[in-house]
Design a protein around this ligand. Structure first.
Ligand SMILES: [Zn+2]
Length: 247
């Protein structure tokens, strides 16, 4: 009886030792993993930041019209794709609207309300998404900003990626637009392409192209963050000097 009890005690203490060892190993593993989510690391630039996406128009205001498409549906589709990339990168994403019926078709697009809402979100950056419209001969995406170094570089870095992707010669430009003018954060308006060009309209309607466009916009935002082009009050962490290997 006493022997049996001793054997059980040994058996249990072995089990407890095993648990303790496992916990130590798992703990070490967890702290290694923690080092990789250091917010100073370039790969984690989006973590904890709030990105605001505003697919232009919606509801009673469809925006520009092509032969088949209307602008708001393309703006929304690309914004939804962009949200996925941003979320995968660790960002919080807020959208002014995210479902086709969310702005009732009887309601007018109230840009002033939209701007008020955007300014209350505490977002790091605003990306407005639209399609361009002019003659059928024009094509290519173009990114606009209103003023300030932060918005200029944001638009510039996004346009660089879109140039690489589409080979457009269009470059970043200034525009006086209500949303860009009155939001209190760095902001860019990406005009995805010309809905008035029947060939580009077809492209803009393709989910593959929408996904690719959103990927390059995402890369542009990443570039902007990576280069530390955010205002100092938002990007306060110093360059990650501790990652350098001393000589
Ligand atoms: Zn528009």
């Amino acid at each position: 009886m006493r022997h049996e009890l001793r054997m059980r005690v040994i058996k249990w203490s072995r089990f407890i030792i095993l648990i303790v060892v496992l916990e130590i190993v798992m703990g070490m593993h967890a702290s290694t993993a923690k080092a990789y989510v250091d917010p100073d690391m370039p790969g984690n630039l989006l973590r904890g930041r709030t990105i605001i996406l505003d697919p232009g128009h919606g509801g009673k205001d469809p925006g520009a019209k092509g032969l088949i498409a209307q602008e708001d549906q393309i703006n929304l589709a690309v914004a939804l794709d962009l949200r996925q990339w941003l979320k995968a990168g660790g960002a919080h994403v807020k959208m002014t609207w995210e479902r086709p019926g969310q702005i009732p078709s009887s309601k007018k697009y109230r840009v002033r309300q939209r701007v008020n809402w955007i300014n209350q979100t505490g977002g790091t950056v605003l990306i407005d998404i639209h399609c361009n419209s002019a003659g059928p001969q024009w094509r290519g995406p173009q990114t606009f900003y209103w003023q300030g170094k932060d918005s200029y570089y944001l638009a510039h870095d996004i346009q660089k990626e879109l140039q690489y992707f589409t080979h457009t010669k269009r470059s970043v430009a200034r525009i006086d637009q209500y949303v860009l003018r009155y939001v209190h954060m760095p902001a860019a308006n990406v005009e995805l392409g010309f809905i008035s060009n029947p060939q580009e309209e077809k492209l803009l309607l393709s989910s593959q192209y929408q996904r690719e466009l959103s990927w390059y916009i995402f890369l542009g935002i990443e570039q902007w963050l990576l280069k530390g082009r955010l205002p100092v009050h938002v990007l306060q962490s110093p360059p990650p000097g501790h990652l350098l290997i001393p000589n």
